[in-house]
Design a protein around this ligand. Structure first.
Ligand code: MV4
Length: 668
């Protein structure tokens, strides 16, 4: 059936929420939809929603969603007349756009040449500068000699940023405070850029401290028209990963808004831009500066849709069909304020470690001004192969305060079980007084991380550090004689970094930290992050400690293995678990010593038949590059050894028979 349109079947070369989002509009426009999927996505929502679906390869993205030939073949096999790349994957791959142009299907996006041009930060910057778009003062020339780059940095004035020309998203970027650090920074930026992008060209820019990130949505058609659809504020980021985005920008003057829109339109004109694009700026009190142009539909496009009432995917498809822009600049209006929160499968308490697993239950919020875009539902499996974005929650209000209040309430109503999500972190962020006031910059989340994660985690890293220090102080007080580090069997090592695990329980939840001692002193690892730990014991259970560069004073009161901790954040009760004595003995009985994990026996510290005190070190096991000391669960006698130095043992293996002498009231 032909509708007289250039295409009536659309292949979506993507997965997850954006594939579902694109299909929704395509269906409303009467287009038939083709999904592509990997082995890992057979049961995915985007496959179920599509009219047809084609398996394109194994789970790894390079074999499926990044496999240009497989996707082109799928388009040809299904007769799809157009391909929408979504975001990520092949969306900004000029070779893919060219492959579509060569093979037939319309690529829903700009030309391969435009994508290629914008992929080079120096070429894009040169084009924008020529078009009168404000750019950060700096140097983006061909001469890459150290002399030329040094002279440029001197002219610009320190601090400067060295950026990989082919980079983006912060990769290959180095901050240089003074001239003497420049040669090393250039060399390492070039190495990183060559490895990551196969191109070691760099540019030099004045460093803008604490900027805001504001971007302008633009559209161009194939008839030479361009319009802007206002700006978005994407300042709340962590490690170049956007977390919350809003439209319009926070407290922007009419003059700056108009200036940015005009600059973005000049940029789009200069590039002969077709389809959806985003012109990114960094902004501070003094001005705003072009940094890059993204040639795709952005993750955060819904906030623009919510304030304009427009469907950006519909615009993309109509432009791809050769239609003129649906509205003129004067007809495009904004109303109210919208904020999007990105819901990721990740553990904010463990350094934002990606989380995987099966979604056991899923309940979305609903209500006035609330929109949820997702590609997941109960029963779906979150795999480690792809981006961990589970859903986008978007709230609209007549003003920013109402939008934020609706977002906070909806975050509280969102229920996702089975997979760890950042919902609590987002709620803490949405409620942070500085976010409520709109006083943010791109470094905000990193600076406020402790406060933001403390709000969601009853035991923050600093609490765990204080508890570890309390254990060290307790042990020091118990045996104050200086101990030679060579004699210690609990994991301290002079030569390498050996760890000692300390575990605590709070509210039924276990918290682990690993202390290690290296040439640069003591450090604590917990939840995937590591920071230097320093402490000074004082009188009366007080001590000063410093984790990373966060100092504080804490105090500890012990009763048995229970610890009452006081920190500036309040009181905290913790129980010090000894998994190699008490808790394990509980599970297997105190009559044998078993390996708590697979590992190698590196030392045997007591002879068969020896009488030992409770807690005496018996056997040292090395596992996962760490030493673990297995201790006497109670006072007693080591009846028989069942292992020897050098043995590799499985988890649960019996290493010795033990004979307790008396019940120990303290062991728990
Ligand atoms: C900058 C900058 C400060 N000064 N350029 C980061 C990724 C890339 N898109 C550009 N980025 C930056 N360029 C100059 N001259 C600070 C950043 C930056 C940033 C920009 C936008 C959003 C978040 C950011 C987080 C850290 C640094």
């Amino acid at each position: 059936m032909s509708t007289g349109r250039p295409f009536d079947k659309l292949l979506i070369a993507n997965r997850g929420e954006i594939a579902c989002r694109i299909m929704r509009t395509a269906k409303r426009m009467g287009l038939r939809t083709v999904a592509v999927f990997s082995d890992a996505d057979r049961n995915a929502m985007h496959v179920a929603l599509a009219d047809e679906a084609v398996l394109i390869g194994p789970a790894p993205a390079k074999d499926s969603y990044l496999h240009i030939e497989a996707i082109i073949e799928a388009a040809q096999a299904t007769g799809a007349g157009a391909v929408h790349p979504g975001y990520g994957f092949l969306s900004e791959n000029a070779d893919f756009a060219q492959a579509c142009a060569d093979a037939g299907p319309v690529f829903v996006g700009p030309s391969a040449a435009t994508i290629h041009l914008m992929g080079s930060k120096s070429a894009a910057k040169a084009l924008m500068e020529a078009a009168g778009v404000p750019v950060v003062p700096g140097y983006h020339g061909e001469d890459q000699s150290i002399e030329a780059l040094q002279a440029a940095a001197g002219r610009v004035g320190y601090p400067v940023l060295v950026k990989a020309s082919a980079g983006g998203g912060g990769r290959g970027m180095r901050l240089v405070e003074a001239a003497d650090a420049l040669p090393d920074a250039i060399a390492s930026a070039k190495r990183e850029a060559a490895a990551a992008f196969g191109n070691d060209q760099v540019l030099i820019e004045k460093y803008i401290a604490r900027p805001r990130h504001i971007e302008v949505q633009v559209f161009g058609d194939t008839h030479g028209n361009v319009v802007s659809l206002f700006e978005r504020e994407c300042t709340l980021q962590r490690r170049h990963q956007k977390v919350m985005e809003e439209a319009p920008a926070i407290e922007i003057t009419a003059e700056r808004r108009a200036g940015m829109a005009a600059a973005a339109l000049a940029a789009a004109h200069a590039a002969g831009y077709v389809n959806a694009g985003t012109v990114e700026f960094i902004a501070d009190a003094d001005g705003f500066y072009f940094i890059e142009m993204n040639t795709r539909l952005q993750v955060e496009h819904p906030v623009t849709e919510m304030i304009t009432g427009l469907d950006l995917v519909e615009w993309q498809l109509r432009i791809a069909m050769g239609e003129k822009l649906p509205l003129s600049q004067q007809e495009i209006r904004a109303d109210g304020h919208a904020i999007e929160a990105r819901i990721y499968a990740e553990d904010a308490g463990k350094g934002f470690l990606p989380a995987t697993g099966t979604i056991r239950s899923w309940r979305e919020p609903a209500g006035e001004g609330i929109r949820v875009d997702t590609g997941f539902r109960a029963g779906d499996v979150v795999t480690p192969y792809y981006d961990a974005l589970l859903a986008k929650l978007i709230a609209w209000g007549s003003d920013r305060a109402q939008a934020l209040a609706r977002l906070s309430a909806a975050l509280g109503e969102f229920e996702i079980a089975g997979v760890t999500t950042n919902l609590a972190f987002l709620k803490a962020l949405a409620g942070h007084p500085d976010v409520v006031r709109g006083e943010i910059d791109t470094g905000f989340i990193e600076r406020e991380l402790a406060a933001l994660t403390h709000a969601i985690q009853p035991v923050a890293p600093l609490d765990l550090a204080a508890a570890c220090v309390a254990v060290l102080v307790r042990e020091h007080n118990a045996s104050p004689a200086p101990v030679s580090p060579w004699d210690r069997a609990d994991g301290w090592s002079v030569t390498g970094r050996r760890g000692r695990r300390l575990s605590f329980r709070h509210d039924g939840q276990r918290y682990d930290a690993v202390l290690s001692y290296g040439r640069d002193g003591l450090s604590m690892q917990s939840g995937g992050t590591s920071a230097r730990l320093q402490f000074v014991p004082r009188e009366g259970g007080l001590f000063d400690l410093c984790l990373g560069d966060a100092p504080e004073r804490a105090s500890a009161v012990w009763s048995g293995r229970d610890l009452d901790l006081s920190t500036p954040r309040g009181q905290l009760k913790l129980h010090w678990i000894d998994p190699f004595a008490g808790d394990l003995a509980e599970a297997v009985g105190a009559d044998r010593i078993v390996a708590p994990m697979p590992g190698t026996v590196t030392r045997v510290l007591a002879e068969a038949g020896a009488a030992v005190e409770r807690g005496a070190p018996l056997i040292v096991l090395e596992a996962m590059k760490m030493e673990h000391t297995l201790r006497a669960p109670t006072a007693g006698r080591l009846k028989a050894l069942k292992c020897a130095v050098g043995d590799f043992v499985q988890e649960g293996a019996e290493l010795a028979d033990f004979e307790p002498v008396a019940a120990d009231p303290e062991s728990s």
